[in-house]
Design a protein around this ligand. Structure first.
Ligand SMILES: O=C(O)COP(=O)(O)O
Ligand SMILES: [Mg+2]
Length: 225
């Protein structure tokens, strides 16, 4: 690994995984030995990126819940209104919607600042209810997220950089969806994997020719040459 490898901010689903969302085991070949900070920035609930850092042997610097939860240098901060998101979810269900997670909802059980809904749900109804509550719905390709407007991965990431005393512009970002656009906007260089959605493709400095972890690895290899 070149000692001038830049710090990284990496999305998880669609970027370090395969299509169904299984972690690509090659993450273990490159990330533990990366010679600069590696930040995981995800729409997943807080325990997921923390666990992934733990098992990859990375310092626990994470942006979770699309920016709602930030952990850096042992300090956790929260933004976003879980109660407001829950009110949308409750009304959605009362009006016939189904969150789609079955009896034990591990997707939301540990989620503190927003609510995620399975993509099998009635999107039109969900968006209508959210709008009435002045909440936002984003579609990451893995879930609909009912969130507080203005809470974004990129905003949380800037907070993380401040805590670490680093400049967001030093970082290279890789991502795949609309929830990565705000990160792409604050880093020095951004890449969208080939499976990325329109929003991420439009926002990235470069759209990669390869998908999922193949795309991410192509960037990491070129940065570490
Ligand atoms: O939680 C999601 O919907 C997507 O997660 P991601 O931000 O790691 O891709
Ligand atoms: Mg993603």
């Amino acid at each position: 690994m070149a000692s001038d490898a830049p710090p990284l901010v990496l999305d998880i689903d669609g970027t370090l995984t395969d299509d169904p969302g299984r972690l690509d085991p090659r993450a273990f070949d490159v990330l533990p030995s990366w010679d600069a900070p590696v930040v995981l920035a995800t729409g997943k609930a807080f325990p997921y990126p923390v666990s992934l850092c733990h098992y990859l042997g990375l310092d626990k610097n994470v942006v979770a819940e699309n920016g709602g939860v930030v952990l850096a240098a042992g300090e956790v901060t929260y933004t976003g209104d879980r109660d407001a998101a829950q009110a949308v979810a409750d009304e959605f269900v009362a009006r016939g919607g189904d969150l789609g997670w079955g009896s034990f909802d591990d997707t939301n059980y540990w989620r503190e600042t927003e609510v995620a809904v399975d993509r099998s749900a009635d999107e039109t109804l969900l968006r209508a209810v959210a709008e009435e509550h002045e909440m936002e719905v984003i579609d990451t390709g893995y879930a609909y997220h009912v969130k507080t407007p203005g809470v974004e991965k990129g905003v949380g990431f800037e907070r993380l950089c401040e805590t670490l005393g680093m400049d967001a512009k030093e970082f290279v970002a890789v991502g795949d969806s609309v929830n990565d656009v705000s990160t792409f906007g604050v880093v020095g260089r951004s890449y969208a994997v080939a499976n990325a959605d329109e929003a991420a493709r439009a926002a990235a400095d470069e759209v990669l020719s390869e998908s999922y972890m193949d795309g991410t690895l192509s960037v990491l290899r070129s940065l570490s040459e």
